[in-house]
Structures are given as C-alpha cells and as structure tokens.
Design a protein. Structure first.
Length: 260
C-alpha cells in the first residue's frame, strides 16, 4: 500500500474494475453499487442479466461508474468459463472479484435428490472456484488483486433442512483459507464476508413464517434482520487498500449471531 494513509486513499477504488457475480439482486446488487460509489467500474454477471441489466446499469452509472453486463448460467461449467473469457477480453484487468452468486434449496436430507445436491454444489461452490481460478491467474501475474467470497453462517453451522447448501458454504470457507495460503505471498488477498440473516428474496420463506421469523430475530443480538446494504462496508473494506494485510479472514456481518 502507498504511504498515503488518508481515509480517501485507504478506501478508494478509483480506476479499479470489479466483477460481481449474482449482481442482479439482493446482496450482489448492493455490493456492486457500493463498490461503484467508491470509484470502481463494475462487471455484473448473473443468469438474469439480459432482463435486469438496464436497471443495474442505471444504478451503477448514477454513481459515476461504468457497467458491463455478462449473462451466465452458473449451473453450466462451460457457460461460466465463457463468461470468464468475456470478462478477460474487456481490454482491462479484473482487479476485484466478488463471488456472490448462489442458490438455496430447503428440504430434509433424506428427501434431497442427487440432482438438487449436484446443482447446489455446482452453483454455490464449483462455479465460484472456476471464476476464481480463471480471473485469479491474471491477478497473480500482476502481483495484485482482491478476491471476496460471500460465505454464510452455515460455513460455521449445520442449519436445518439445508444439507447441500451447508456443504457448499462450508466448502467456500475452506476454499477461502486454502487460496489465502497459496496467494497471499503473491499479492492477491482472498477473504470472505459471512452474511447473517439478510432480508432478500432467498430468505423470504423464513420471514414469511411468523414462528420461525420470531425465533430468528429473538436470537440476533441486534434484534433485526440485516439488509443487503449492511454488507457494503465490509465489501468495500476487503476490496480496498485498507485490507492489504488481511488474508484468509471470514468476516461475519450478522448482527452478532455467531457470538450468541
């Protein structure tokens, strides 16, 4: 990091290009807009990008940043690899990678099909590795880069009726640590944000269940569900020069859930 330790230099992302997967909604959308607000241009990748791109583009450009849309099906390895190639052909390097795209399926373990299991691991774990491997190569050659995974409370806990999701997110935690061990000395920071219970469409079934919602809120020391915007500060920090000596960290943004 440069000798300029002013607040603006510590957290500035000016001139950087960030790729955010799952940028069309919820956590990914909030992070993409947050990075743009601190100066980064954004490449947004999602399966619905052909539908959602105009709205996301307008939101990013309103913050003075450039936006490029890439549509990709994270269930399809070949399509993820194609998206990586498209991102690498933009004429400028990817400086920041936010691995956020994910799905969740709730069912008892005994009724979880192998197809559901494979799809969950493909989207939530394997596609994250593919993006990181392909975009990380350039970061390693340049000797700098920031990679941020979006893990989960279930990277630490087992959860209920989410065996495949818990397995995938536990894998994300392990991948974060392993890559940090390999790449920290080569100038690439690999860390993860651990969201708590965040009010997104993926969590809507839990919030709609008054009994379960009450149980969850009563256990959160902050006394409320998180909002996608609550994750922006952590993302900007891990993407910025302020975190240049942070490696292999899983940073909870959970209202205190894990300390309960």
């Amino acid at each position: 990091m440069s000798g300029d330790s002013s607040a603006s230099a510590l957290f500035s992302l000016a001139g950087k290009l960030a790729l955010v997967s799952g940028a069309n909604r919820g956590i990914g959308r909030a992070i993409a807009e947050g990075l743009a607000a601190f100066g980064a241009d954004v490449v947004g990748v999602s399966s619905r990008m052909s539908v959602d791109a105009p709205a996301i583009k307008a939101a990013i450009e309103a913050r003075g940043a450039h936006f490029h849309a890439i549509q990709a099906d994270f269930r399809d390895t070949a399509d993820v690899e194609r998206a990586c190639s498209e991102a690498l052909d933009l004429g400028r390097p990817i400086d920041i990678l936010v691995n956020n795209a994910g799905i969740i399926s709730r069912a008892p373990a005994e009724s979880t099909s192998i197809n559901d299991w494979n799809t969950m691991l493909q989207v939530d774990l394997t596609s994250q590795f593919l993006l990181t491997r392909e975009l990380g190569k350039g970061m390693l050659l340049r000797g700098q880069g920031k990679i941020i995974f979006v893990a989960s409370l279930l990277s630490f806990q087992g959860g209920i009726n989410v065996v495949a999701y818990a397995a995938a997110k536990s894998g994300v935690a392990g991948m974060t640590r392993s890559l940090a061990n390999e790449w920290a000395g080569r100038g690439v920071n690999v860390n993860a944000i651990v969201p708590g219970y965040i009010a997104t469409d993926l969590s809507e079934p839990l919030r709609a269940d008054s009994k379960r919602n009450g149980e969850l809120v009563s256990r959160i020391p902050a006394g409320r569900w998180g909002e996608p915007s609550d994750l922006v500060g952590a993302a900007v920090y891990l993407a910025s020069p302020a975190s240049d000596y942070i490696n292999g960290v899983l940073l909870p943004v959970d209202g205190g859930w894990l300390s309960r």
